[in-house]
Design a protein around this ligand. Structure first.
Ligand SMILES: Nc1nc2c(c(=O)[nH]1)N=C([C@H](O)[C@H](O)COP(=O)(O)OP(=O)(O)OP(=O)(O)O)CN2
Ligand SMILES: [Zn+2]
Length: 123
């Protein structure tokens, strides 16, 4: 049996994407209200019955506020700021920085630029 929890975060940022056909709208500088979802799993629960305390995911909020919110993402990342690349970048940050219980594992990070679209990274 697998338990799965997630927490959703938001930030606002601008980007433009290279490598698109001439005239593609996403080649122009534009902004999104991004949503980031962090998913954690476990096969056994800890404490009162947690995969992990939702509060254990709180550092993501501060990381996004300090490094992503109201930023031009093209200058802050060493990859093209697509949803896919942001998901991998944020997964790697979470894997290093979130204080999860030893019984829990970071499963995936999902990034949405709009309510209709998403990209997910899970190694
Ligand atoms: N696989 C991906 N495709 C696209 C990405 C991406 O990160 N991964 N990003 C973009 C652009 O950032 C664009 O701003 C968003 O594209 P899209 O959802 O197509 O734009 P709209 O919200 O305006 O959607 P409409 O359906 O055209 O109204 C492009 N593709
Ligand atoms: Zn965009």
């Amino acid at each position: 049996m697998t338990f799965r929890i997630g927490k959703r975060f938001t930030f606002e940022a601008a980007h433009q994407l290279a490598g698109l056909p001439e005239g593609h709208k996403c080649g122009r500088l534009h902004g999104h209200s991004y949503t980031v979802e962090v998913v954690v799993t476990a096969t056994e629960l800890t404490g009162p019955g947690f995969v992990a305390d939702f509060a254990d995911l709180a550092p993501v909020k501060q990381h996004l506020a300090e490094h992503f919110d109201h930023q031009a993402l093209n200058t802050g990342l060493d990859v093209e700021p697509t949803s896919e690349n942001l998901a991998r970048c944020l997964f790697e940050w979470c894997a290093t920085n979130l204080p999860l219980p030893t019984t829990a594992a970071l499963e995936a990070v999902r990034v949405s630029e709009t309510p209709a679209t998403w990209a997910e990274y899970r190694p």
